[in-house]
Design a protein around this ligand. Structure first.
Ligand code: GFP
Ligand code: GFP
Length: 841
C-alpha cells in the first residue's frame, strides 16, 4: 500500500503527520482544543465530567496513532498473529490505564492541575466497561494488557454489548438489578462503519454436484444481520505496541430502516426488524458458571464467531498465501466453549466456500485452534439442543454430525472392544432432547486443551475429559496457570506500594518482569521500609473506610482487621460459610463478659459481589449478609469488635480500591470447584494475606510464598467425592458450632427465619453438596489463628512483604509467554523506534 503513493502526495502526508502530545504544554493544548471544539464548551462550563471527556479524547488520539503504526508494522511483518475469542472482556476503566501504560500520567496530572482539576477526581468520572461476569472476563482483559506489553501481534474479538453486566443496588437488604447503559459517552472505541459483515441465520441447505462428482453444500435463505466493528485500542506498558480489541455490534442488514416497508404502511414491522437485529448484541448474559441454553445466546455466539472468522480469513487472504499456511499465520484461542462454533465455521468456510477437501480443511482447523477450559462444574458445561441448532444453523449441524462421525470412527478403530466409549465421547448426547456437547466439540477441533491452574488441569484429565486423554494421548492436554497484570493490579491500584517497591528494586522494571519483586525480600529487616509498608496498608484502609462510610453510613475503624470476600456470589465459592462464620463470631462475642470482649481482635467483614438474577440461593446469601450487618453493626455490646459490610455493585474499579485495603481475604471454595481464582493473586500482590482452601491457584500460591504465609484449611479435593457419598448414604450430622448458628437464624435473630430456610436446609437436609459443615470447624479454627497472627504486627508485616516478594510467577506476562510458546507458537514483534533502537524490550 505504502509503495503505491506518489512522491509529492506522500510528502504532503508526511509533512502534516500528526504527532501525539509529549509534554504538559501540548497536553493542555489538546485538552482545551477538545473542550472548545469536540465538546463545544469553554473554561466557564467545563466541569469534571467534561474534563474527563477531554482528557480521554487527548489520550485516545495518542493511542490511535500508535495503534495505526502497530497495525501497519504487523501487516508488513506478515508474521503469525493470535486471536483471542472471548464473549467477555471485563476491561474496567481505561483512562488511568492509558496514562500509566503510555507513561504520561505525570504530564496529565500537571496539565490538569494547571487547568484546575485533580487527576484522581477526573479518573473517578469514568464509567467501567463491564463486558463480563467475573474471572473469565477479567482474565481476558489481563491477557490483552500482557499481549500488548510483550509486543505480541494479537487481537481480541468480542461483542459490543449495549448493556454490560447489570448494576447492583441493595434495597432493604435485597439485590435489585438495574441496567448498565455504559455507552452514552465512550471515547475509547472507534466505530468502523466500513468494516461490516453480513451474518446469516436459519434457512436451509441445498447440495449440488459438479462434473467431477464433488458435492458442495449451499446454505440458502433465512435471515441476515449486519455486524459492525468497533475497535478499542489496547496500549502496552512502556512500549509503543498498541493492539486491537474488535467488538461487534449488530444492526439490521437492510440498514437503519426499511423505507420500502415504511412506504407500504408496514412501519411497525420495519422497526421490529431493526430491533430484532439489534437485540443480538444488546445484553451480556449475567450468568457465571451456569448455562441457560437460550436461543438468543446461541445467536450471539454464532454472530460474533462468524464475524470474527470472516475478518480473520479476509486478513489472511490479503497475504495471498496458500491455505496450508493458515495455521502458520493464525492461532485462535477459544476462551471457554462459548466460541466453539468457530471450529465449525472455519470448516464450513474452507469446505463450502473455498472448496478444500474435508481432510485438508480439518487438518487446518485442528492446527489453528486451542481451547481453554475454566470449570469442571457440570451445570456450566455448554450443551445445545440439536433441534435448536438445526433450526438456527442447519449447515453447521450437518458439519457437526460429520465431525462426530469421523471422530467416532477413529475411536472405534482404536478401542474396538469398548462399545460404551462411543456413547460417552460422542459430540452428540443421546438424551431427550439430543444435545450438542460443546466442550467435546472444542476438544476434538483443537490441537491443545488447557486448564487454568495445576489442580484444575489435573482434574479435567482425570474426570470430565478422562476418555479424551485416552483417545488423544496426554500431550494434547496441558496447564497454563492464570496470571494477572501487575500494571493494573499493583501500579494502578496501589501507586504508593508500587513506588515503594521501585525505590527498593531500583526501577519500575518489576512491572515488566515481576520476578524482580524478589529483590524486596532483601529489605525485610529495613525498619524504614517496613514502616512505610505498614503505613501504605493503613492509608489504603482509611480510604476504604471513608468509602464505606459514604456509601453505607457505617463507621469502621481502620485499625481493625479487614477481612474481605469479593467475587461473584455462588454456593461453590461459599460466601454462605463466611457469613455463618461471622454469625458464629457474633454469638461468641455476645456470650463473653465485657472484660473478655475487650481482649478480642476487632474485625470488619467486608463482602461484595453480584448474584445472577435468576440464582435464588445466591440472592438469599446477599440478603442474609445484609441482615446480619443490620443487627451486628447496631449492637452496642459489639461496637468496633465486629462490623459487617456489603459493598454494593462490586466491579473492576471498586476492586482497585478494595483489594489494596485488605488484611486477609477469603478464597474458600469447596476443594476442586474453583478452577483457579485470580483475585487471590491480586490480594497477595497487594500485601494482603489470604485464608483459603487447597483449591485452584491457592495451591500454587502456597508453593511460591510458603506455607507459613497463608492460612489453609478444609478438606482436600481428593476427599470430596467420599464425603458427598457419605452425606447421601451415611449418617450426616451438622457441625455443632454451625448448628448454633442455624439456631440463631431460626430464632429470628437476623430477620424473618423463613427467608433463610433454604440456605440452612441445603446444608442440613439436602446433602451439603458444598461441604460447608465438613469444613466449618477447621474454618473457624483457622480464623482464630488469623486473629492471633494479626496481634503480632511485626510478624504479619514480615509475612506480607515475603509474600509479595515471591509473587513473580503470577504475572499474566508469564502466562501469555507460556501460551505463546506452548500453544500458539508465536513470537513477539520487536519494535524499532525512530532512532533505530529496539524499544519495549
Ligand atoms: C488493519 C487495520 C487498518 C490498517 C491495516 C494495515 O487492517 O486500519 O490500515 O491493518 O496496517 F485495521 P486489516 O488487517 O483489518 O485489514
Ligand atoms: C472462571 C473460573 C475461575 C478462574 C477464571 C479464569 O471464573 O476459577 O480463575 O475463570 O480462568 F471459575 P469465573 O468467570 O467463573 O469467575
Amino acid at each position: 500500500v505504502e509503495a503505491s503513493i506518489p512522491e509529492p502526495q506522500r510528502d504532503a502526508w508526511t509533512k502534516h503527520q500528526v504527532n501525539g502530545f509529549k509534554n504538559k504544554d501540548e497536553f493542555e493544548n489538546e485538552m482545551v482544543r477538545h473542550v472548545e471544539t469536540t465538546l463545544a464548551r469553554s473554561m466557564f462550563n467545563c466541569d469534571e465530567s467534561a474534563a474527563y471527556s477531554a482528557a480521554s479524547l487527548a489520550f485516545r488520539d495518542r493511542l490511535i496513532l500508535e495503534w495505526n503504526r502497530t497495525q501497519q508494522r504487523q501487516t508488513f511483518a506478515d508474521s503469525k498473529r493470535v486471536y483471542y475469542l472471548s464473549l467477555e472482556f471485563l476491561m474496567g476503566r481505561a483512562l488511568d490505564n492509558a496514562m500509566l501504560n503510555i507513561g504520561l500520567k505525570d504530564v496529565a496530572k500537571a496539565g490538569l492541575s494547571d487547568l484546575g482539576f485533580r487527576v484522581e477526581d477526573i479518573i473517578e468520572q469514568e464509567h467501567d466497561a463491564a463486558l463480563g461476569n467475573g474471572g473469565l472476563g477479567r482474565l481476558a482483559a489481563c491477557f490483552l494488557d500482557s499481549l500488548a506489553s510483550l509486543n505480541y501481534p494479537a487481537w481480541g474479538y468480542g461483542l459490543r454489548y449495549r448493556y454490560g453486566i447489570f448494576k447492583q443496588e441493595i434495597i432493604d437488604g435485597y439485590q435489585v438489578e438495574v441496567p448498565d447503559y455504559w455507552l452514552d459517552f465512550n471515547p475509547w472505541e472507534f466505530p468502523r462503519h466500513d468494516v461490516t459483515v453480513d451474518i446469516q441465520f436459519y434457512g436451509n441447505v441445498r447440495k449440488s454436484q459438479d462434473d467431477n462428482g464433488r458435492t458442495t453444500a449451499h446454505w440458502e435463505g433465512g435471515e441476515m444481520v449486519k455486524a459492525v466493528a468497533y475497535d478499542v485500542p489496547i496500549p502496552g506498558y512502556a512500549t509503543p505496541s498498541t493492539n486491537n480489541l474488535r467488538l461487534w455490534s449488530s444492526k439490521a442488514a437492510s440498514g437503519e430502516f426499511d423505507f420500502q416497508k415504511f412506504n407500504s404502511g408496514e412501519y411497525e414491522s420495519s422497526v421490529a426488524d431493526q430491533q430484532r437485529a439489534e437485540t443480538i448484541s444488546a445484553v451480556l448474559y449475567p450468568n457465571d458458571n451456569l448455562e441457560r441454553g437460550k436461543e438468543l445466546r446461541l445467536k450471539q455466539q454464532y454472530f460474533w464467531v462468524a464475524a470474527s472468522l470472516y475478518d480473520i480469513v479476509r486478513r489472511f487472504k490479503k497475504t495471498k498465501r496458500s491455505w496450508r499456511e493458515f495455521p502458520d499465520q493464525v492461532a485462535i484461542q477459544l476462551n471457554d466453549t462459548h466460541p466453539t462454533l468457530a471450529i465449525v465455521e472455519l470448516q464450513r468456510i474452507l469446505c463450502d466456500l473455498e472448496g478444500l477437501d474435508w481432510d485438508e480443511a480439518w487438518n487446518i482447523v485442528q492446527q489453528t485452534f486451542g481451547y481453554t477450559n475454566h470449570t469442571v462444574l457440570p451445570e456450566a458445561l455448554e450443551k445445545w439442543p440439536v433441534g435448536l441448532m438445526q433450526h438456527l444453523l442447519p449447515r453447521h449441524l450437518q458439519i457437526i454430525y460429520d465431525i462426530n462421525l469421523y471422530f467416532l470412527q477413529k475411536v472405534e478403530r482404536a478401542f474396538p472392544n469398548d462399545r460404551d466409549i462411543l456413547r460417552r465421547v460422542s459430540i452428540i448426547e443421546e438424551s431427550q432432547p439430543k444435545m450438542v456437547r460443546m466442550a467435546y466439540l472444542a476438544i476434538v477441533g483443537s490441537h491443545k486443551v488447557n486448564g487454568v491452574a495445576e489442580l484444575h488441569s489435573d482434574l479435567i484429565k482425570t474426570t470430565i475429559f478422562k476418555d479424551f486423554v485416552e483417545i488423544f494421548g496426554p500431550d494434547k492436554f496441558t496447564n497454563v496457570t492464570n496470571g494477572i497484570t501487575p500494571r493494573r493490579w499493583l501500579h494502578q491500584a496501589n501507586p504508593r506500594l508500587s513506588e515503594l517497591i521501585s525505590s527498593k528494586t531500583g526501577s519500575f522494571d518489576f512491572l515488566k518482569d515481576l520476578t524482580l519483586l524478589n529483590k524486596i525480600e532483601l529489605c525485610i529487616n529495613d525498619k524504614a521500609f517496613r514502616k512505610e509498608w505498614a503505613e501504605i496498608k493503613y492509608a489504603n484502609k482509611v480510604r476504604l473506610a471513608k468509602y464505606i462510610k459514604s456509601t453505607t453510613g457505617v463507621v469502621v475503624n481502620p485499625s481493625s482487621l479487614f477481612d474481605v470476600q469479593v467475587k461473584r456470589i455462588h454456593e461453590y465459592k461459599r460466601q454462605q460459610m463466611n457469613i455463618f462464620g461471622v454469625i458464629h463470631r457474633y454469638l461468641t462475642l455476645k456470650a463473653l463478659s465485657p472484660a473478655e470482649r475487650k481482649k478480642q481482635m476487632p474485625r470488619v467483614s467486608i463482602f461484595g459481589g453480584k448474584a445472577a438474577p435468576g440464582y435464588w440461593m445466591a440472592k438469599q446469601i446477599i440478603h442474609l449478609i445484609n441482615n446480619v450487618g443490620a443487627v451486628v453493626n447496631n449492637d452496642p455490646d459489639i461496637g468496633d469488635l465486629l462490623k459487617v459490610i456489603f459493598l454494593e455493585d462490586y466491579n473492576v474499579s471498586k476492586a482497585e480500591m478494595i483489594i489494596p485495603a485488605s488484611d486477609i481475604s477469603e478464597h474458600i471454595s469447596t476443594a476442586g470447584t474453583e478452577a483457579s481464582g485470580t483475585s487471590n493473586m491480586k490480594f497477595v500482590l497487594n500485601g494482603g494475606l489470604i485464608i483459603g482452601t487447597c483449591d485452584g491457584a491457592n495451591i500454587e500460591i502456597t508453593r511460591e510464598i510458603g506455607e507459613n504465609n497463608i492460612f489453609l484449611f478444609g478438606n482436600l479435593a481428593e476427599d470430596v467425592e467420599d464425603l458427598r457419598h457419605n452425606h447421601t448414604y451415611g449418617s450426616h450430622s451438622v457441625d455443632s458450632d454451625l448448628a448454633k448458628v442455624f439456631e440463631a437464624i431460626e430464632k429470628g435473630t437476623f430477620g424473618e427465619p423463613h427467608d433463610f430456610a433454604g440456605m440452612i436446609s441445603a446444608v442440613r437436609d439436602h446433602g451439603d453438596y458444598y461441604l460447608v459443615s465438613d469444613d466449618f470447624h477447621s474454618y473457624i479454627e483457622t480464623h482464630h489463628l488469623v486473629d492471633e497472627s494479626y496481634r503480632n504486627q511485626d510478624e504479619w508485616i514480615t509475612k506480607s512483604i515475603t509474600s509479595v516478594a515471591r509473587m513473580g510467577f503470577f504475572s499474566s506476562d508469564r502466562c501469555i509467554n507460556e501460551y505463546a510458546e506452548g500453544i500458539w507458537n508465536i513470537e513477539p514483534l520487536p519494535v524499532e523506534s525512530k532512532d533505530g533502537v529496539a524499544k519495549g524490550e
